[in-house]
Design a protein around this ligand. Structure first.
Ligand SMILES: *[C@@H]1O[C@H](CO)[C@@H](O)[C@H](O)[C@H]1NC(C)=O
Ligand SMILES: *[C@@H]1O[C@H](CO)[C@@H](O)[C@H](O)[C@H]1NC(C)=O
Ligand SMILES: *[C@@H]1O[C@H](CO)[C@@H](O)[C@H](O)[C@H]1NC(C)=O
Ligand SMILES: *[C@@H]1O[C@H](CO)[C@@H](O)[C@H](O)[C@H]1NC(C)=O
Ligand SMILES: *[C@@H]1O[C@H](CO)[C@@H](O)[C@H](O)[C@H]1NC(C)=O
Ligand SMILES: *[C@@H]1O[C@H](CO)[C@@H](O)[C@H](O)[C@H]1NC(C)=O
Length: 377
């Protein structure tokens, strides 16, 4: 179901579009990512597979993902027992795994297609600090139920990375981010969007480096392929109100994850995705994805299976992230979320991707700490 890197690269080279949100130029993000990938010694987790298997992590991944999938199916009345033996005997086409509901979990959930997260602050536009630590981030947003299982692995030690906070955010079914009022992000005259927290959330990784979420499948917006933003906070403190606050926003790794085009096509045919009037950019035409896959071994796609017989019944996706433990750095959110509501960051620049320090005197935001070097895991 996934692109061969070489095909994707050659298609991406034809693309040349560098505008993510109107007014936000992603060329800087692409440049930093290219620089990082060109110096990275490891770009995937292939070398970790034997160790993870030997230590039982792979087996636990299979059991955990199977349990999560079965629970999600049961909740939706889709839990008819499947004949795994038959399927094992007849279906060994890995390419088609994504679309069968009958695949043996041991085959389906093993392996580590992985995306290497960048240890830099190219967090991209529309990051909002101060969001909630919670598993279900969908709130009232309509769309295809999507359950995600992430695993964070240290590429140097091949050990899972526990006790870090994995944050994710993405746009809604019609391609609008909550928490941001900006031209190019839905109706920019609707100032109430600054208070929206939907489709943003944080989870702490467990002893197997795992964080799970429930959300809806993201929609698309002009000039970017469908994607999810990921950020990892190391050494963060959970506050009483279930946020990490806005005082100390640092991140050690950032990245984006993508979905197979076939899957996107299926989802986009359903409501309310099919009411989105923004231009659709395919994976093949996405500048950032092109940069990823230009590096051998990088596979920033979710593996997935459907909860039922078609996409409308829901999707279960999983991906591992390789991280190279490095110093954490300050992050510049485009906005902050506080008990008193959302506040745009006046110092965010075009979309907040610049990496400068957060402002002081903004609600509860303290002045930015100097780049702390809390290398860990
Ligand atoms: C991890 O990062 C360090 C410092 O940037 C670098 O020297 C090392 O080669 C990286 N390791 C891998 C496996 O890429
Ligand atoms: C594997 O499945 C894909 C998608 O269904 C199909 O295009 C491909 O031809 C299959 N390959 C084999 C060897 O059957
Ligand atoms: C996405 O969010 C925008 C802004 O709140 C809203 O107008 C739009 O209806 C949402 N899309 C869907 C499908 O709910
Ligand atoms: C956001 O929510 C806060 C707190 O409820 C409220 O005071 C503020 O008016 C809201 N802002 C907008 C633009 O609706
Ligand atoms: C900020 O980070 C430092 C270092 O991790 C920690 O000691 C401090 O408690 C944090 N402050 C808040 C308000 O979270
Ligand atoms: C959570 O607590 C922090 C620290 O008191 C505060 O700054 C922030 O506004 C609170 N956020 C929410 C959403 O309640």
């Amino acid at each position: 179901m996934r692109f061969a890197s070489s095909t994707l690269l050659s298609l991406a080279l034809l693309a040349g579009s560098a505008v993510a949100h109107p007014g936000h130029d992603i060329s800087e993000e692409i440049r930093e990512r290219r620089e990082f990938l060109s110096t990275a010694k490891r770009t995937n987790l292939d070398h970790c597979a034997p160790k993870l298997k030997a230590r039982g992590v792979e087996k636990r991944n299979v059991l955990r993902r199977e349990a999560l999938l079965e629970k999600a199916r049961a909740k939706r009345g889709l839990n008819k027992k499947r004949d795994l033996e038959t399927v094992l005997a007849t279906d060994h086409n890995k390419t088609s795994l994504g679309y069968t509901t009958n695949t043996d979990p041991a085959v389906l959930f093993a392996g580590y297609n992985a995306c290497l997260l960048t240890p830099e602050v190219t967090q991209g536009p529309y990051y909002v600090g101060g969001e909630y630590v919670r598993e279900n981030i969908a709130e009232e947003q309509a769309g295809v139920d999507t359950i995600l299982d992430y695993q964070v692995i240290d590429i140097n030690t091949c050990e899972p990375v526990p006790e870090v906070y994995l944050e994710m955010w993405h746009c809604n079914a019609t391609g609008v981010y909550g928490g941001i009022v900006a031209s190019g992000n839905g109706d920019s005259s609707d100032e109430t969007n600054i208070n929206n927290t939907w489709l943003r959330g944080i989870q702490k990784t467990n002893s197997d480096g795992v964080a799970q979420f429930e959300t809806i499948f993201p929609g698309h917006y002009t000039s970017r392929a469908t994607h999810v933003h990921i950020m990892i906070h190391q050494g963060a403190t959970l506050l009483a109100n279930s946020t990490l606050g806005n005082s100390n926003i640092t991140a050690s790794h950032v990245g984006q994850a993508f979905f197979d085009q076939d899957l996107i096509t299926e989802v986009e045919l359903t409501a309310p995705y099919n009411t989105n009037t923004q231009e659709l950019t395919t994976n093949a035409d996405d500048g950032i994805l092109g940069e990823e896959t230009a590096t051998d071994g990088v596979d920033p796609f979710y593996e997935y299976t459907l909860l039922g017989d078609d996409v409308s019944s829901g999707i279960f996706g999983w991906i591992a992230f390789g991280i190279n433990a490095t110093a954490t750095q300050d992050v510049t959110p485009a906005a902050f979320y506080y008990a008193e509501g959302g506040v745009a960051n006046p110092n965010a620049g075009a979309g907040g991707g610049s990496g400068g320090p957060p402002p002081s005197g903004n609600g509860n935001s303290s002045s930015a700490p100097a780049s702390s070097s809390t290398a860990s895991a």
